[in-house]
Ligand binder design. Structure first.
Ligand code: SPV
Ligand code: MG
Length: 294
């Protein structure tokens, strides 16, 4: 079994398993590798994370498909667990969704997630934008169907993301869309929400007929554990941006100290030792290999 097939099988097995899949949002190869080492089940290639940490630009469809794919490929190379790539709205229209499926599948990524936000999208957590219209349901279903038809293998995973609750269209619209996307061939449904109380999600779950695994991103309902969300009906929980936010805070604190103290030793006690970094990328093993092959 090749690497891509093995990871896709792991992801599919996780979707039908008895335990939830916990995915960590990564923004680069090292954050992905560390998540794998820490024992998580999957990597979420966060569009928010890549926009912010690689390009320092807003998560608003400014990162192109090739840039996002390159980021996903770098992360995939660094891990043994499946990678699910956030593909925003498929980077454009109908034909862009098809090309996104083709390129990610050929690149060996385990699965992708495509949302029903119009191009150019806005990050779903951003509250300063009241204008949120979604791609009409029939059109999004048509795109999903075309994307699924474009797959070369059966095992590549397509997660359809429903933004109805984020856009204020309510539970009924979310259910209609989730069913339509499922009918169009989606392998799983990500139902996004920013409702802290989980009332809307619970109303959705009460009416959800099943038929595909559900995925949650609990950034704005952070008090629920993965197990609690699993008990409610989610099979995959994505902790999407905590590593990015941890990195930003650590870098900021380090910079403040360096600016004030003006010497390297001022931060030595609170940062990773250089040798630890060498270990993370297996420097010793590389040098041993160079010496070993005559
Ligand atoms: C991301 O991590 O880019 C996501 C999740 O899409 S969210 O930021 O909640 O939209
Ligand atoms: Mg995103």
């Amino acid at each position: 079994m090749n690497r891509a097939t093995r990871k896709r099988k792991m992801l599919r097995d996780g979707f039908s398993g008895s335990k939830p899949i916990t995915a960590i949002g990564a923004h680069d190869a090292m954050s992905a590798q560390m998540s794998d080492t820490a024992g998580f089940d999957a990597i979420w290639v966060s569009g928010f994370g890549v926009s912010t940490m690689t390009y320092a630009i807003p998560d608003a469809n400014l990162v192109t498909m090739s840039e996002a794919l390159a980021a996903a490929v770098r992360m995939d190379a660094a891990v043994n667990i499946p990678v699910v790539a956030d593909c925003d709205n498929g980077f454009g229209g109908f034909a862009n969704v098809i090309r996104t499926v083709q390129e990610y599948e050929r690149a060996g990524i385990a699965g992708i997630c495509i949302e029903d936000n119009h191009f150019p999208k806005r990050n779903s957590l951003y509250l300063g934008d009241s204008k949120r219209e979604l791609i009409p349901m029939e059109e999004q279903a048509r795109r999903i169907k075309a994307g699924k038809n474009a797959q070369e293998s059966d095992d590549f995973v397509f997660i359809a993301r429903v933004e109805s609750l984020i856009a204020g269209h309510g539970v009924e619209d979310a259910l209609k869309r989730a069913n339509a996307y499922l009918e169009a061939g989606a392998d799983a449904i990500l139902i996004h929400s920013k409702d802290k109380t989980l009332k809307q999600i619970e109303a959705f779950l009460a009416e959800w007929p099943g038929g595909a695994p559900l995925v949650a991103v609990p950034t704005l309902f952070p008090d629920f554990t993965v197990e609690q969300l699993h008990d409610k009906g989610f099979q995959m929980v994505i902790l999407a941006n905590q590593l990015m936010r941890a990195s930003v805070k650590a870098m900021e604190e380090t910079l403040v100290t360096l600016k004030a103290e003006r010497k390297a030793a001022a931060v030595d006690g609170s940062i990773a030792p250089v040798n630890y970094i060498f270990d993370l990328v297996k420097t010793k093993e590389l040098i041993a290999l160079e010496d070993q092959i005559k």
